[in-house]
Design a binder for this molecule. Structure first.
Ligand code: PLP
Length: 383
């Protein structure tokens, strides 16, 4: 028997492990990431594979971040700065906040877990829109808290009143992802403010602005930081994984009132953000050229995709982000696999309960074209 078999659930060792694990683990679903390029190349024997599945930056990392990483390599025998002092000062200056209003984390994902650990007791409730990013639910289950899902309105639009109606005296965290993953839709600034001002005292809003840099086409969008500056009860989540192109090094941050940050720091591990991530993020913030190029490529790419979808007669949700949710109908899952077989990795909507949709990340012009060509072919082949 191999080691893997001897630890599965039906073996004696597996049963002992099961009897000792926390009950809430049974509710944890594994995160399903976008397939990596090498895996699709190996499995399907393809040379040319384009990944449009994880909302990564198609231009690559900021060159300034790469230079900063290289310069930091000789000091890798040292532990990183546990408080990320230099990065927090840089961020504070760039965002007009105080360093005490900031916490740096091992990607935005770590902040989601830390917030869950800080605020959720068993039986507490979180309110989330549906569909949305799955990690909020993961955090709730991890802490044995309850999920209250509020469906988005038709067209995947946010409805502040529906969210407000779901908030009770048991609500601890209200997760608002804007632009929302996977729909690309957003919560208008007025609605966010109305919600913040109506919150019961035990509740806190987490405003996930992971994609805020791409929200270039709506005047009533906010990245939420103005409300942190105004002292309202919210945590703004940001990441370097998307617009800054640093998904592989894992760094993000939260901005919130100082009293909230102090509490989150109590559950943070000392060396949560590695030394290379800290210098890379500091450099990327000031790489305006890379950021501007990334936003422009994305804005043009979105239009390229919209035009193709219209040409093909497909419904899509207008996106403020770097991905587009498109409706392919009953055969969506099959078409997702057919696209993969042609070398385009997208994300099938099934995990979000969107069985008729796929989500496609905006790539470079050539990547988008390859996707559009493949999509056109599979639609012709299966129609
Ligand atoms: C990508 C993403 C994050 C954070 O990702 P990290 O790589 O962990 O920084 C947070 N929220 C949403 C909605 C995301 O899509």
């Amino acid at each position: 028997m191999s080691t893997i078999e001897s630890t599965n659930a039906n073996s004696p060792v597996g049963r002992i492990a099961d009897s000792r694990t926390r009950k809430t683990l049974d509710r944890l679903k594994p995160y399903s990431p976008g397939k990596p390029i090498w895996e699709v190349q190996q499995e399907l024997g393809l040379d040319h594979v384009v990944k449009l599945a994880s909302n990564e930056n198609p231009l690559g990392p900021s060159p300034k971040a790469i230079a900063a990483i290289e310069a930091a390599l000789p000091d890798l025998h040292r532990y990183p700065d546990a408080q990320a002092v230099s990065l927090r000062e840089t961020l504070a200056q760039a965002l007009e906040l105080s360093p005490d209003q900031l916490i740096v984390t091992n990607g935005g994902d770590e902040l989601i877990t830390l917030l869950s650990e800080t605020f959720l007791d068993p039986g507490d409730e979180i309110v989330v829109p549906s569909p949305t990013f799955s990690e909020y639910e993961f955090g709730a289950h991890l802490m044995d808290a309850q999920l209250v899902a509020v469906p988005l309105a038709p067209g995947f639009q946010y409805e502040a009143d529906a969210l407000l109606a779901a908030i009770t005296e048991r609500t601890k965290l209200v997760w608002l992802c804007s632009p929302n993953n996977p729909t690309g839709t957003y919560l208008a600034k007025n609605d966010l403010e109305r919600l913040l001002r109506a919150l019961p005292p035990q509740a806190l809003v987490v405003y996930d602005a992971a994609y805020s840099h791409f929200a270039t086409t709506a005047d009533d969008y906010t990245n939420g930081l103005e409300f942190v500056r105004a002292g309202l009860p919210l945590v703004v989540l940001q990441t370097f994984s998307k617009a800054y192109g640093l998904a592989g090094i894992r760094v993000g941050f939260g901005a919130a009132p100082e009293a909230v940050i102090r509490r989150i720091l109590q559950v943070k591990e000392p060396f949560n953000v590695n030394a290379l991530a800290q210098v890379a993020a500091s450099a990327a913030i000031y790489d305006i050229e890379h950021l501007t190029a990334s936003r422009e490529v994305n804005a043009r790419g979105r239009e390229q995709l919209y035009a193709a979808f219209e040409q093909l007669g497909l419904n899509y949700a207008e996106s403020l982000s770097n991905f587009v949710l498109v409706e392919l109908g009953e055969l969506a899952e099959r078409r997702y696999h057919e696209l993969m077989a042609k070398g385009v990795i997208t994300r099938y909507g099934g995990a979000w309960g969107l069985e008729r949709h796929i989500r496609v990340s905006v790539g470079t012009e050539e990547e988008n074209k390859f996707f559009i060509d493949c999509l056109t072919q599979v639609l012709e082949e299966t129609s």
